[in-house]
Design a protein around this ligand. Sequence first.
Ligand SMILES: O=C(CO)[C@@H](O)[C@H](O)COP(=O)(O)O
Ligand SMILES: [Fe+2]
Length: 226
Amino acid sequence: MYQLSPSILGADFYNLEKQIMQVEKAGCKWLHVDVMDGMFVPSISMGMPVISSVREHTSLFLDVHLMIEKPERYIKEFAKSGADMITVHTEACTHLDRTLTLIHECGAKAGVALNPATSLDTLEYVLDKVDMVLLMTVNPGFGGQRYIPSCTSKIRRLREKINSLGYQADIEVDGGINFDTINTVLDAGANVIVAGSAVFHGDITDHIHKFQEQFAQYNRKAGKKS
Ligand SMILES: O=C(CO)[C@@H](O)[C@H](O)COP(=O)(O)O
Ligand SMILES: [Fe+2]
């Protein structure tokens, strides 16, 4: 099942309400929220207050990407604020297994994110307990960067691994996904697509519909109904 997860980091924060409503109306089910602490990544973005405000007004699945050091300190608060999926970076967690368990205990789905230079081997002992793996396809910290081509083989290898083990984990890709790179990541096996600039810069509805058309094509190819 393909999902588009529009990243509000690319949105116009002055018009956030209007833009989230457009995302919902265009048929999206997910919304990606980038949390940055100025330590794990150079930039600072948003946190719990934004998530709770958005939660009050939307039923979109809130896909929260924590780019923060020692995320275990804040899991309960993010779950309480309304996150549906909480994704932590393996590079930021000393006790990754414990953090994933904590996310599940808080009632959220658990994701693990990997920077472009981080090996898939770091997933070896947690893959059975993650709902999603987020493969960064740019170095995290900013929207509007270019897709790093070496990530394509990484997506493919992860898809093969998940399939061969019979796991159900989603593969989300994040960074530089637009209409030039979407086919590459879908071909490689990603099924959750984050897009910030490619959704929010320009005509939001039109951009979302274009992504959905791509998903429909891939569903047709796979002989499934979109
Ligand atoms: O996590 C991040 C950046 O660190 C992303 O979610 C960006 O928000 C994606 O933006 P685009 O590359 O699609 O503009
Ligand atoms: Fe993100």
